[in-house]
Write a protein that binds this ligand. Structure first.
Ligand SMILES: NC(=O)c1ccc[n+]([C@@H]2O[C@H](COP(=O)([O-])OP(=O)(O)OC[C@H]3O[C@@H](n4cnc5c(N)ncnc54)[C@H](OP(=O)(O)O)[C@@H]3O)[C@@H](O)[C@H]2O)c1
Length: 227
């Protein structure tokens, strides 16, 4: 079974549709504010920040879960110079991108461990190491995933459970749609490959990490050379 958080928009929605249309495995996607117009039966309404909701989602479906791949796509960003930032908005980024990822992993890991199989793929970002002004919360939340994956990897490697991050650069999908065109052109000019990440490259990376037992605790740059 493939569980994709943040499957109502952007990258998560693209992966959800790709697996639903091309894989024989069951797929469950989550949404929060964007109610999906199609395949609603494959979706669950879930706030990843809310442990009780996450725990109930997993308990309710406990018997249905097998050979789990968890793809944590749910994420938010908040742009503000830190000295002017709203502490609540800053905290919400950490709650969503870090605690939300932890919550899903925490709820599903016991099942993965019982079944001696699991794949966890988190969406991190190159901004964890590429100094970028105005996104201190986002950068903090994404770099935290690197350390978390290392620790989780050694806790679970002997049980054929892998935990990895994709450090995405800038994708054609998702959050980029909120970036003003002028700034977008500036971003593209900085990318050595000269293009935004095509969706197929994200899918191939996810498939590779699902197929490979021996990569765990890794944070893989998928960034067209941008660091
Ligand atoms: N796009 C890029 O270039 C890029 C680059 C690097 C990393 N990433 C990472 O890749 C992931 C996907 O990004 P994207 O660009 O596809 O984002 P997006 O289009 O903004 O979609 C974000 C998704 O997260 C969900 N979400 C947000 N808060 C949530 C919460 N509390 N509980 C449950 N779901 C929640 C949204 O659901 P609703 O709309 O239903 O509320 C939506 O489905 C994110 O983690 C992002 O940080 C993206």
């Amino acid at each position: 079974m493939i569980v994709i958080t943040g499957a109502s928009k952007g990258i998560g929605k693209y992966l959800f549709n790709s697996f639903l249309n091309n894989s024989s495995e069951s797929v469950i996607g989550t949404y929060l504010n964007t109610k999906p117009e199609t395949n609603l039966e494959n979706y669950v309404h879930l706030d990843v920040c809310n442990w009780d909701q996450v725990n109930k989602f997993v308990s309710d479906k406990k018997d249905a879960f097998s050979n789990i791949t968890l793809i944590n796509c749910a994420g938010i960003s908040y742009t503000s110079y830190t000295h002017k930032s709203d502490p609540e908005a800053w905290k919400k980024v950490i709650e969503t991108n870090l605690f939300g990822t932890y919550n899903l992993i925490r709820a599903l890991l016991p099942i993965m461990r019982d079944q001696k199989y699991g794949r966890v793929i988190n969406f991190a970002s190159v901004v964890a190491v590429k100094p970028t002004p105005g996104i201190s919360a986002y950068a903090a939340s994404k770099s935290a995933l690197w350390g978390m994956a290392k620790s989780l990897a050694i806790e679970n490697a002997s049980l054929n459970i892998t935990i990895n991050n994709i450090n995405l650069g800038y994708s054609e999908l998702g959050m980029i749609s909120t970036v003003p065109d002028q700034y977008k052109q500036k971003i593209i000019a900085e990318i050595p490959a000269g293009i935004l990440c095509e969706p197929g490259d994200i899918l191939k990376t996810v498939e590779y990490l699902r197929d490979t037992r021996y990569i765990t605790g890794a944070s893989l740059d998928v960034s067209g050379g941008l660091v």
